[in-house]
Ligand binder design. Structure first.
Ligand code: PLP
Length: 234
């Protein structure tokens, strides 16, 4: 057993336990393994331990890994900040993009999605902590952006994503996550059919499950600490 398969088992146990506490079915919570900065071999180890969905933050790195591991039937999710001039390889390679924070990005991805692929699954990223300058639209902008994205032909709007400011206490962690859940519920009441709340990382997985996450994005707890790359680390 590799350390990665042991870590994956531990993360699955955390999800199961948190789901039990929340009174939720653990099967309703998907696990996205965030493999940014990790070599393809580590992804292969995780795949051998049964993990299918992987998250990447940097376009070239993600495209390279997806190509290298093309035979394994993995599902690739783009979760990092995306520049408009780099949408094409993302539209051609990934199954999901979680980081839509402006309409222009979504329009380009829709236009560039190859006709022989299914629609690109997308989430709108919302800045739920407000005070910092991290990516994501504001809570106020989100409804109009979601409606515009949902109308694009080659995208399928699945839900919302957030990266809250780090907090240690469970109550402080839950507060911004609850704001995302409330927005999600509001948008569904207004007629969008969203099924994905992409929230929860290694340090706040339990808080996210308690607040209704349907997809947690876990890096460090699966692959170990990352070396800090130049500047762009989240
Ligand atoms: C890096 C990253 C993660 C994973 O973070 P960990 O703390 O390592 O679990 C999740 N989501 C996004 C958007 C990230 O950039």
């Amino acid at each position: 057993m590799t350390f990665i398969s042991a870590n994956l088992q531990a993360v699955r146990d955390r999800i199961r336990l948190a789901a039990a506490v929340a009174g939720r079915n653990a099967d309703s919570i998907g696990l996205l393994a965030v493999s940014k900065t990790m070599p393809a071999e580590r992804v292969r180890d995780a795949a051998a331990a049964g993990q299918r969905a992987f998250g990447e933050n940097y376009v070239q790195e993600g495209v390279d890994k997806a190509r290298q591991l093309a035979g394994l039937g993995l599902e690739w999710h783009f979760i990092g900040p995306l520049q408009s001039n780099k949408t094409r390889p993302v539209a051609e390679t990934f199954a999901w993009v979680h980081s839509i924070d402006r309409l222009k990005l979504a329009e380009r991805l829709s236009a560039q999605r190859p006709a022989d692929l299914p629609p690109l699954n997308v989430c709108v990223q919302v800045n739920v902590s407000g005070e910092d300058t991290k990516s994501g639209c504001t809570l106020e902008e989100a409804p109009a952006l979601c409606r515009a994205v949902a109308a694009l032909p080659n995208l399928r709007l699945r839900g919302l994503m957030a990266i809250p400011a780090p907090a240690d206490e469970m109550t402080a962690q839950r507060e911004p996550l609850a704001r995302l859940r409330q927005l999600f519920e509001q948008l569904n009441r207004e007629g969008l059919s969203l099924d994905t709340l992409s929230m929860g990382m290694s340090h706040d997985l339990e808080a996210a499950v308690l607040e209704g996450a349907t997809m947690v994005r876990i890096g460090t707890a699966i692959f170990g600490e990352r070396k800090k790359p130049q500047g762009s680390e989240q």
